[in-house]
Ligand binder design. Structure first.
Ligand code: SF4
Ligand code: SF4
Ligand code: SF4
Length: 267
């Protein structure tokens, strides 16, 4: 088969007839049974449609190796798809939407589409506020220490001692990966004890304007809640960082699929 990612993709499409399948439009679907169903994995940015992806990902781990946030994992033997497929588990580590999308550029097979290597083309899924009653901004609860401490365990760039002592000083000779992950922790630290919590809206990496993807708004019955907006691309950073697991990402779905034309509503 050709080494050209585009030709490889066309080949797979012809072989499987997947070009006409694509995603099933699901306008207005938004309910507990849907959210609880074990849907497709969240794939790295630029992933081609799921069935094509399963044919194209050659399990080489190139995307994982270049990811400065250690967001990408490879399916293990107990996983949902065949061993070695690239995916993101956002509650453990979201994607932080790197400027140049090194994961896409590193992919040699076309599973991550090189024509989708900028923020306007990246669409991984859509966030939903699935547990509004748990939101600390709704209940007026300060962000507890454990919620911040938990994220230190998500990084591999700190030693066990540094994680324990929360040392995140950036040295001149730190590699870029360490700098980025320490900067993330330093930004998150500002939310320790915060009331009301604004972690999801403040830490959203959508650029240049995160308020196009998420914002805090008045909730019915008092307090605040995050509101998911049209530019959200399902990176999952808010899922990882939320202290109380209020937000989920539905992989492969769009804002229109989930919220329709009426937009997100607050509980
Ligand atoms: S955009 Fe950056 S953080 Fe996200 S998966 Fe790619 S390399 Fe990792
Ligand atoms: S991160 Fe967002 S959703 Fe989670 S508790 Fe804080 S304000 Fe609520
Ligand atoms: S709201 Fe922001 S952080 Fe959350 S999934 Fe959407 S783009 Fe990512």
């Amino acid at each position: 088969m050709s080494n050209d990612p585009k030709k490889r993709r066309q080949f797979i499409q012809q072989m499987t007839g997947l070009g006409v399948l694509g995603l099933v439009a699901a306008g207005g679907i938004f309910g507990a049974p849907y959210l609880e169903a074990e849907g497709p994995r969240l794939r790295p940015p630029g992933a081609v449609p799921e069935k094509e992806f399963l044919g194209l990902c050659i399990k080489c781990g190139q995307c994982l190796q270049v990811c400065p946030y250690d967001a990408i994992r490879l399916e293990d033997i107990d996983g949902r798809a065949s061993v070695g497929m690239a995916y993101i588990e956002p509650r453990e580590r979201g994607c932080y939407l790197c400027d140049a999308f090194p994961c896409i550029l590193a992919c040699p097979s076309g599973a991550l589409d090189h024509e989708h290597d900028s923020i306007e083309f990246v669409h991984m899924g859509i966030a939903v506020v699935h547990n509004p009653q748990g939101c600390l901004a709704k209940t007026g609860t300060p962000v507890p220490d454990e919620a911040i401490d938990r994220i230190y365990d998500h990084t591999k760039v700190l030693s066990a001692k540094e994680r324990e002592e929360h040392k995140v000083q950036i040295n001149d000779d730190d590699p870029e990966k360490v700098v980025l992950q320490k900067q993330l922790l330093q930004k998150l630290e500002k939310h320790r004890g915060e009331k009301p919590c604004t972690i999801c809206a403040d830490m959203c990496p959508f650029h240049p304007d995160p308020s196009k993807a998420i914002g805090m708004v008045d909730a019915k019955g008092g307090g605040l809640l995050p509101e998911i907006r049209e530019a959200c691309n399902g990176c999952g950073a808010c899922v990882e960082l939320c202290p109380t697991d209020v937000i989920k990402v539905i992989p492969r779905k769009t804002y229109a699929d989930i919220y329709g034309k009426k937009g997100a509503k607050n509980a």
